[in-house]
Design a protein around this ligand. Sequence first.
Ligand code: SF4
Ligand code: SF4
Length: 136
Amino acid sequence: MVLKNIKYAVKNIPKKRVTRLCPEVESPLSDRFRGLQILDKSKCIGCGICANTCPNNAIKIVKAPIAPGSSKQRWFPEIDIGHCLFCGLCIDQCPKGALSSGKEYTKGMVKWAHKDLLMTPEKLAREVDIKEGDEK
Ligand code: SF4
Ligand code: SF4
């Protein structure tokens, strides 16, 4: 039995590996994959429909600059990704098409502290590098 297993293992050494390291090696994603949401600030009207739709209460409407460095502020969604189940309802219900699905699902999103799971409008709009994160 043991010899049979060793023989099987040796026979498979030259074969291409079928497993991959996660999260170091990312899996290929389908077009329909729902990762971290992307916010288009220019389309968002701050109506709060996304927040009212969210079954997990993961969205809050908060004030944020309309563009990086701008002193002008408007209302935008902020998503607590720790409570998000990536159902996509916020995206489907947005009347302006301001939200879409991104491909991020590990880098920038796997955090130790709950505060770091808050995806601010700036992060959703990718105005800051979410992969670097803000953990101190
Ligand atoms: S993302 Fe869409 S649904 Fe949410 S506040 Fe902006 S416009 Fe309204
Ligand atoms: S994907 Fe679903 S759970 Fe996540 S914020 Fe949108 S509506 Fe809420």
